[in-house]
Design a protein around this ligand. Sequence first.
Ligand SMILES: [Zn+2]
Length: 119
Amino acid sequence: MHEMGIAQQLVQIAIDSIPRDIENPKVEKLNLRIGRLASVVEHSLTFCFEIITKDTPLENARLDIDVVPVTVHCKSCDNGWEVTGPVFKCPFCEDGDVEMLTGREIEITSLELADELKI
Ligand SMILES: [Zn+2]
């Protein structure tokens, strides 16, 4: 279950981003962006998150996951489009040097502390 490693990284980043001058910080909500191709199972991530955040400022924080669609860009004809299936050939020039722009990210967009201070 690779979600455990991801959860640990996210928690570490979140804890590091809490300003040190806040006493007993409590995170209410963690906003995440996770790409459709990042292979993260949402309920597994939530499960791991709940286990490892016990006795940390993130205990009981909610995870708000924004699923990022897969978008690609064709370097040959400069078109960009959203991919919904496994086909990665350019539909405009039928060929192309295609690169993925979004769809694999796993990142924290923001976290909300209990006193409504936003970081
Ligand atoms: Zn193209």
